[in-house]
Design a protein around this ligand. Structure first.
Ligand code: ZN
Length: 511
């Protein structure tokens, strides 16, 4: 029996989804195809569409349809999730006064330009007044949305529903000391791999051919998706049956484009493998954290594993028969090359060991700013102090420090933790995947990557956002999120790679 009120709501929400996807398609086109001279006209086209979208998303018609559907008290999991998500979006869209939204749009548009200039001139003081305004407006936004405990809870909820400061603090407190210890231990190790290529060039065409082969082996369906080039790689989709990946190629590095595409392919599979019954609802896909767990699982846990390179090394050597340096490499050598660890100033260039310390630093500063414990003027010094404490290096200027990320200029505070959550989820899912598939490692060595993809489809992707992240982790792994899975993954991998003799601190302290 179908419930008419739910069906009516679905029809309306389906139209909203369509509108959002048309805007997504225009954005994809801007990043991959559009000639630069079209920027102005495209801006106007996007403007009118986003106005239409906002009208529909805040209309009384939607309010009425939603309240009627809620009154049915339907207990079907998909209905409940649909009502939950539509309610969340409606509340977010209607709780903020229109004047506030317009002002925030204006301030962040200006802040972006000023941030670009400040970064160029390595001068934080140019950006400081606007960042001060953005922090104040974010606090105001938290008040409009309503919060308990910390105003940061309301802001993080926009990016990862249900995430709280208490939960992030609990996880980051587990992570901090063992990560700092691991970074130091690796730094002290004499066993660092040296880059074997000098002037060799790896042509884009060959890199792309290998990338497509790996994506197909992963189970990415090119009849329902594409791979294109973009300067800042991303994944987007306009339907469960239309998923677009992008990657970029560095001709001096034969591995980075592949790993980037595996990352985006992980995002793509989340979308492609959703149940078709969820099409045209807000339910396919995943929250930012769960999404990132899948991309990082493919990029790091799979793409940087010895098992994967045992499978792929013959293929990559066959791709470059003329390259003597490549011909000398064995799986173990490539495994070492793609897992080089070195503290760096820039988050997006960092490896999987140091990465989370970059995130922790940002989260701690955001929390202090939003809770009024830190003034924006003191931010650069606080940043540099934490860089020294966590990674043992101090940025030579603000461009390589506090000014490096675009997020704050865009008004996004509370976003960063979702990246580390992704890493934590991925290691815990990986642990369960191996328990459920005891031959997974040898399957991967033989190139049977679809074994992993099918498991992820059944356990995670097909259900989309029917459950919230905490519910997904509990359902799939049988317990709440625990940072020890990620720590075990890192220490077990890097101890032999760098021939470490240290015992991780979290294994000797009683907790
Ligand atoms: Zn990602």
């Amino acid at each position: 029996m179908t419930n008419q009120a739910i069906e009516d709501l679905k029809t309306y929400v389906g139209g909203l989804q369509d509108l959002g996807h048309v805007m997504g398609l225009l954005s994809w086109d801007m990043e991959t195809q559009m000639p630069p001279a079209a920027a102005d006209s495209r801006g106007k086209q996007m403007g009118i569409l986003s106005e239409l979208h906002h009208q529909r998303a805040t209309a009384d018609t939607l309010k009425h349809l939603l309240e009627t559907a809620e009154a049915t008290g339907s207990n079907a999991p998909v209905d409940k999730a649909l009502l939950r998500e539509v309610r969340r979006h409606y509340d977010h869209a209607t709780k903020l006064p229109q004047a506030f939204v317009s002002e925030l749009t204006e301030v962040t548009a200006k802040a972006h330009h000023v941030w670009v200039e400040a970064r160029q001139k390595q001068d934080f003081s140019l950006f400081e007044p606007l960042l001060t305004k953005i922090v104040a407006m974010n606090r105001q936004q938290a008040d409009y949305l309503g919060w308990e405990g910390s105003p940061l809870n309301a802001l993080m909820d926009l990016f990862e529903p249900g995430l709280t400061v208490d939960e992030v603090d609990r996880l980051f407190n587990q992570l901090r000391a063992p990560l700092v210890q691991l970074v130091q231990a690796i730094g002290n190790s004499p066993h660092h791999a040296t880059w074997p290529f000098d002037n060799e060039r790896f042509a884009e065409a060959q890199q792309k051919e290998l990338t497509v082969k790996v994506l197909e082996t992963m189970g990415f369906d090119f009849k329902r998706g594409r791979l294109d080039k973009a300067p800042h790689p991303f994944c987007t989709n306009f339907s469960i049956n239309d998923v677009r990946l992008t990657s970029r190629y560095h001709e001096e590095d034969p591995f980075s484009a592949l790993l980037t595409a595996m990352h985006e392919g992980g995002h793509g599979l989340v979308e492609q493998q959703a149940d078709m019954a969820l099409e045209r609802t807000p339910l396919p896909g995943a929250t930012l954290g769960i999404h990132e767990s899948q991309s990082r699982l493919y990029e790091n846990i799979l793409g940087r594993s010895l098992a994967f390179w045992t499978y792929l090394t013959p293929a990559i050597k066959a791709m470059y028969p003329e390259c003597a340096a490549m011909q000398r490499l064995e799986a173990q050598d490539i495994f070492r090359l793609v897992n080089r660890v070195k503290p760096s100033f820039i988050r997006v260039e960092s490896d999987e060991v140091t990465y989370n310390l970059h995130i922790m630093l940002r989260y701690e500063l955001e929390k202090a700013l939003i809770e009024n414990q830190l003034q924006v003027a003191d931010l650069p010094a606080a940043w540099n102090e934490k860089m020294q404490a966590y990674l043992g290096i101090t940025p030579p200027n603000d461009s390589q420090g506090v000014l490096q990320d675009v997020h704050w200029s865009g008004g996004m505070i509370g976003y960063f933790p979702t990246y580390t959550l992704g890493n934590l989820y991925s290691a815990q899912f990986w642990h369960t995947a191996n328990q459920d598939n005891p031959t997974l490692n040898s399957d991967i060595e033989q190139g049977k990557l679809a074994v992993l993809t099918q498991w992820l489809r059944d356990k995670i992707h097909r259900h989309g956002q029917v459950d919230l992240p905490a519910g997904i982790v509990q359902r799939v792994t049988g317990q709440a999120l625990n940072a020890h899975y990620f720590l075990d993954y890192l220490w077990d991998k890097y101890t032999p790679l760098y021939q470490l003799s240290e015992t991780p601190s979290y294994k000797t302290t009683v907790s």
